[in-house]
Design a protein around this ligand. Structure first.
Ligand SMILES: Nc1ncnc2c1ncn2[C@@H]1O[C@H](COP(=O)(O)OP(=O)(O)OP(=O)(O)O)[C@@H](O)[C@H]1O
Ligand SMILES: [Mg+2]
Length: 244
């Protein structure tokens, strides 16, 4: 059965989709079978980031409404054969129950090692729908106070889901500012949010321009983190994980 990881943030535009897709690419490069599931209804752009726009014949709502089977809605990536994407519906106001989505992902689960779930920003229905499909969470934040405050609120909601693990990815880190100590360090962010940091991703033009950075050290390390044996024991910067 696949590991189901929701990639979420609270604040918009901090890099959830970028992290979700780049993690998927790195896992697929290691031969793992990965499906990136776009659950950001209405503002979906996993297909754009992965460079497979207009390739999907069906989306997740077509599966739910019986127009196709779950695997028919998957798009195989032309460059990474074990990487697939599942398109979300383009209509944001549409009500789709968490149970219906969960059923689709459960159907796909035996075929994959990882289902990476791209969540919408915010903490409303779309967020809960995405979170309720997962058994682990990767919380994306930036070192900025506004993003961290939202991440803190999301972290406390995620704790109520009793996930197996909640990890942090700190994105858009300016190397120069980090060197000069002008922004919070990953240890400080970890201790403020009481979660382990699994990735520190620099702000780089390559993500902005190409979306996928195949040679990214940060994403390689993040993929390794998810693949490493006994990762439950490895908890860097761990401080009172389940305590509030
Ligand atoms: N590390 C980075 N370096 C440079 N640009 C980045 C980085 N991470 C993300 N970006 C850029 O920031 C923008 C927002 O990223 P992305 O769409 O992944 O965020 P998001 O959290 O999914 O947004 P939304 O909340 O709208 O879904 C994109 O233009 C993306 O290319
Ligand atoms: Mg997004």
């Amino acid at each position: 059965m696949a590991k189901k990881i929701v990639v979420t943030s609270g604040k918009g535009g901090v890099g959830k989709t970028t992290v979700c897709c780049n993690l998927g690419v790195q896992l697929a490069r290691k031969g793992l079978r990965v499906a990136v599931c776009d659950l950001d209804f209405g503002l979906n752009n996993v297909d754009v980031v992965l460079g497979v726009e207009n390739m999907a014949l069906y989306d997740v709502v077509d599966v739910i409404e019986g127009r196709c089977r779950a695997r028919q809605a998957l798009v195989q990536h032309p460059r990474y054969p074990t990487l697939f994407s599942l398109a979300s519906n383009k209509i944001s106001e549409r009500y789709v129950s968490p149970q219906a989505i969960r059923l689709v992902l459960e159907t796909l689960s035996p075929r994959f090692d990882f289902l990476l779930i791209d969540s919408p920003a915010g903490i409303d229905e779309g967020f809960h729908r995405a979170a309720s499909c997962a058994d682990e969470a990767l919380l994306v934040t930036t070192p900025h106070i506004s993003a961290m405050r939202d991440a803190d609120r999301v972290a406390s909601i995620l704790r109520s889901y009793r996930f197996r693990e909640i990890l942090l990815a700190v994105n858009l880190v300016r190397r120069d500012m980090a060197r000069r100590g002008e922004i919070l360090s990953s240890e400080e962010i970890s201790s403020a949010l009481r979660l382990p940091v699994a990735a520190v991703i620099p702000e780089e033009d390559v993500y902005f321009l190409d979306n996928i950075a195949e040679r990214s050290r940060a994403f390689k390390k993040l993929a390794e983190r998810y693949l490493s044996e006994g990762r439950e024991e490895k908890r860097p910067f761990m401080l009172g994980r389940w305590k509030r």
